[in-house]
Every structure is written in C-alpha cells, then in structure tokens.
Design a protein around this ligand. Structure first.
Ligand SMILES: *Cc1c(COP(=O)(O)O)cnc(C)c1O
Length: 372
C-alpha cells in the first residue's frame, strides 16, 4: 500500500535530531514559555521575513487571535465583514465566525482552485474590513491585484498560511509576510509539522503581535494582570524545539515535494483528469497535489486507486457553506450560489505527496492513473 502520507516516515527523516531536541527539553525541566519558543519564534520570523512571530496552540487559534486582536485594537468590530475564499478548510471560516465577524465567501478560479481576485471587489461594502486569502494546497494565492484592492479600499490583508510554509509569491516575498498578519499551523501533516498541535502568527505590526501574545496567554499583560479575556493557547517547549529542527530541513523537504509534483505534471495523461494550472516551483510547495476528475468519476477513481494499493484523500468533500454548523447562519443565505466551489468538492482528489514518497512509487501511481 502506498499511504497518502506516512508521518512515521516523515519524522524518521530527521529522527536523531528530533530526539535530541526533545531530550534537551525533557532534561531542562522548563516546558512552557522558555528558550525553545524564543529561538523558534526568532528563526521562523526570519524564515518568513516578518518582524514578529508569536507561537500559539494551533493554526485555528492563530487565525482566531489575529481577528480578535484587531477587534481589541479597535480596527474591527462584531458584524464587520471579511472576504474569504469559499474553497478552504473550515478553520479559516471558523476563525471569522468565532469573533462575531461575517464571512463573505468568494468563488475560486477553477484553473488555480485559489481565490478568484476578479470577484473580490464586487463584494466590498462599507462593513468590509479585511480580505483573508488562503494559500490552499501549498500554492501562492496572492497577486498584485489583491494587494491593490486592499490598499485602495483600506482593508487588512490576512493570510492563512497553514498549508504553505516556504511558498513565495511572484515577487519573491515568502507567504506569511505579504499581508498585515498571517496564521500558520504546525499540525503534524502540514509541510512544517510538529509532533502534536502548534501554530503561530507572523506580522510586522508590534501592537498586533503584542495583543496576540497577550490573548494567547489568558489575556495577561503582566503576571496576574489581565488586559483581555484571553485563553490558554500557547506553543509548548517540546513542540517549539521539534519545529526548530524541522524548519532547518523545510526547504529540502519542499524540494522533494516539488520533484514529485513535476513527475505528476509531466506524467499524468488521462482525458478524465485536469491538473491545476502549473505555477513556478517557488510559488507552490505542494502541501497537497489536487486533481479534478470529470464525469462524476472521482469516487470511482478513488476506489480504483485503492484497489491498486494507492491511498488518496479529498480536500474537501463538503465545503464550509454546506456544513451543518452554518446551516442557519445569517450570512449563509440560501440564494448563495457557489457552483465552482461545489464543483471542486465533487471532483477533487488529492494524490500522495510528501517529503518521503519514493520516485518509483510516484511512477507507479502515474501509470495506474493513466490506465483508468
Ligand atoms: C490545518 C489548517 C488550519 C488549522 O490549523 P490547525 O493547526 O489544524 O488548527 C487552518 N487553515 C487551513 C487552510 C488549514 O489547512
């Protein structure tokens, strides 16, 4: 069986260094808010190209804290609107609704699967405060057009960089440093993954960084002094130590993903299958390798691949606006039509990709797909 992603193998790639880092923390006896967080935050901020990095408990919290901090700083208030792609993992939307903000969903482009920048401006109202882009599947979603729209309408640009560690936009800036703030996830399966949950916010705004750090630490601005009603949402020292090791290898690991993607792009030839428009490698770190399968044959292809020993996943089978949790949401009007998002949910299939998959396995997957 070729697994979709073997976390055991991913950890195994750098096992000795990871074990050494974990042992160091265990023996140090200091498990939260210490030197490991400080080192990782510094290294990650440098890697992304942002002035500040604040570690937190997970990627969802990172995004929640960005919006909450803007509310605490008076930049946004409950009921304000955030423009966000409809084709995303639900956490992006949850971070908006958790704060009493209103998601305004934008259709993706069927060619890139990312937010369609040409559809943003029509959705702007006097309540719009931000555009939240998602570098979904590891692919850069930023374009100068989006930057221009945000400047012109005085909107915050927030990046969900949960799937795109190390990706760059066309002018070479690293995703996560392009907008006003970015949320990052270090969920184990992400390109930069911890051995458990983890997340971070990056920004150049000192006020925002400070508010996020305070919110994620009970709202505490000084010991036993509480400025906000925050929560306990910190990155622990073991995860920070592991992430600092894995950050050193991220570019090598991403390069392996890019090699695999090249094989898929060059090798897959099946009239039922469409691949997303190819971008230069710097603009895609291939967290996932999505394909679209026509004529209602996606599920059939998935079963056929499974029978041939190939595990695949769907990202994502039910889009956020179709989820039960949002069935009665005021912003989720029944007349909301998102046919492209729904088409992706019906046709998308993610092929195995990761830092450990072997070229001969990729070759086998291509041959099996081309015979379908
Ligand atoms: C994984 C992910 C998140 C949430 O991150 P967690 O660390 O799992 O909470 C947010 N947005 C996107 C696009 C993701 O893929």
């Amino acid at each position: 069986m070729i697994p979709f992603l073997s976390l055991k193998e991913v950890t195994g790639l750098h096992a000795a260094e990871i074990e050494e880092a974990v042992k160091r923390v265990v023996e140090n006896g200091w498990y939260l808010q210490g030197a490991e967080n400080e080192r990782f935050e510094g290294d990650y901020a440098r890697f992304i190209g942002s002035k500040y990095c604040v570690g937190c408990a997970n990627g969802l919290d990172a995004l929640i804290w960005i919006f909450r901090a803007y509310i605490e700083l008076g930049v946004m208030q409950a009921g304000d609107e955030v423009i966000v792609p409809a084709n995303t993992y639900i956490a992006t939307i949850l971070a908006i609704t958790e704060n009493g903000l209103k998601p305004v969903l934008v259709e993706p482009s069927i060619d890139t699967l990312e937010i369609d920048s040409e559809r943003i401006e029509a959705l702007i109202t006097e309540r719009t405060r931000a555009v939240c882009i998602v570098h979904l599947y590891g692919r850069n979603a930023y374009s100068d057009r989006i930057g221009e729209i945000c400047s012109k309408h005085n909107l915050k640009l927030i990046e969900d960089n949960a799937q795109a560690h190390g990706c760059k936009c066309a002018d070479g800036r690293v995703t996560g440093s392009i907008g006003d703030a970015a949320g990052h996830s270090f969920y184990p399966g992400k390109n930069l993954g911890a051995l458990g949950d983890g997340g971070a916010v990056t920004t150049n705004d000192p006020e925002l960084a400070k508010a996020v750090r305070t919110l994620a630490n009970y709202g505490s601005s000084a010991k036993y002094v509480f400025k906000y009603t925050g929560r306990n949402s910190r990155l622990d020292e073991i995860q920070a130590a592991v992430l600092d090791v894995k950050l050193k290898h991220l570019e090598t690991d991403n390069a392996h993903r890019q090699q695999v993607a090249k094989m898929y792009y060059d090798g897959i030839k099946n009239p039922l299958i469409t691949l997303p428009e190819r971008l230069s490698d710097v603009q895609n770190v291939y967290h996932l390798f999505p394909i679209l399968v026509r004529e209602n044959k996606r599920d059939e292809l998935q079963t056929y691949l499974k029978e041939n020993g190939i595990e695949t996943l769907i990202h994502y089978p039910i889009p956020p606006h179709k989820q039960e949790c949002y069935a009665a949401a005021e912003w989720n009007r029944p007349q909301l039509r998102l046919p492209i998002t729904e088409q992706i949910a019906a046709q998308e299939l993610s092929l195995p990709i990761g830092p450990t998959i072997k070229p001969e396995d990729v070759q086998y997957i291509i041959e099996v797909i081309n015979r379908f």
